[in-house]
Design a protein around this ligand. Structure first.
Ligand code: BQF
Length: 278
């Protein structure tokens, strides 16, 4: 079994971004990311912290907007409008989930597609679906980088994605298709889930259920990518895959933590650096 080291690969990517940002700076071009966090969800605070730290490392200026949990939707939309119009801001990130009085769709739609470094805007989604250049959602893009940089073949391979969310499952399937894999998307209503997963050369779990995927879902030698992230009692992190059970049957596997998570952050940095080229 090959352990796919997301921490090391994400470090590589951040170093590439750092280089690029420095070169741009030498030409007088600066990159800045605006980060909007509404409320005090502890996990969100950790994620935003990770993003700000990565900005610091790569030389991307970050501007942080930390708003109280009861902030109105109008207020958030007004802030986005202001940031859309600022020439010294290249990327706008709104940390999800948002408090319930705020409509996530309205917020995402308000971000200029040119600054949509999360890749969630319908224009970005549309571009991805027809193979046009645009911002890719960071988590699925990170999975592609993990697979490619680990030397795992995708062409003609059967890739099974468990999960059909707009943020992970759906774009993940499109990106694997772009890598010439044969793609199956499974979800909560899929019949014979286990059998389908067992036929995968590459199995990508984005279900949202701790340790759901055990060895009975995995073909001998398959590559298993775990997108899940769950906090067990006592703060320990685990994924959608039962790592200890699967590790001996998989050909390659990502750990949690240190697998897909750090890649999400690295790809955000990559998107920010690329936003400067537009
Ligand atoms: C690691 C996220 C669910 C919902 C909203 C490194 C992160 C996580 C884990 C991180 C995530 C998950 C992020 C590790 C950002 C990934 O070492 O394993 C980094 O910061 N993530 C997010 O912004 O929103 C989420 C998961």
């Amino acid at each position: 079994m090959k352990l796919i080291d997301g921490k090391a690969i994400s470090q590589q990517i951040k170093d590439e971004v750092k280089d690029k940002v420095a070169k741009m700076k030498a030409e007088g071009k600066e990159v800045a990311l605006a980060v909007i966090l509404v409320g005090d969800d502890p996990a969100s605070a950790v994620y935003v912290g990770n993003k700000k730290k990565a900005c610091e490392y790569t030389g991307i200026r970050s501007e942080s907007y930390e708003l109280p949990a009861d902030t109105s939707q109008e207020k958030v939309l007004a802030l986005i409008d202001e940031l859309n119009n600022r020439e010294d801001i290249q990327g706008i990130l709104v940390q999800l989930p948002l408090p319930k009085q705020i409509d996530e769709k309205a917020v995402i739609d308000a971000i200029s597609p040119d600054k949509d470094v999360d890749g969630f805007h319908p224009v970005s989604v549309g571009r991805l679906s027809i193979g046009e250049k645009g911002f890719l959602p960071c988590t699925p893009a990170g999975v592609i980088e993990l697979i490619k940089r680990s030397g795992i073949e995708t062409e003609g391979k059967h890739c099974v994605v468990i999960g059909r969310s707009n943020i992970v499952g759906k774009p993940m399937a499109l990106l694997m298709l772009r890598e010439n894999a044969t793609v199956t998307i499974c979800h909560s209503r899929t019949k014979d889930l286990k059998e389908i997963c067992k036929s995968a050369d590459i199995l990508i779990a984005a279900v949202g259920k701790p340790k759901m995927v055990d060895r009975s879902y995995v073909k001998e030698g398959a590559c298993v990518i775990d997108v899940g992230i769950h906090r067990l009692e006592g703060k320990k992190l685990c994924g959608d895959v039962d790592f200890d059970d699967v590790k001996d049957v998989a050909g390659a596997i990502t750990p949690v933590p240190g697998g897909v998570g750090p890649m999400t952050i690295a790809m955000l940095m990559k998107n920010c650096a690329e936003s400067l080229e537009a």
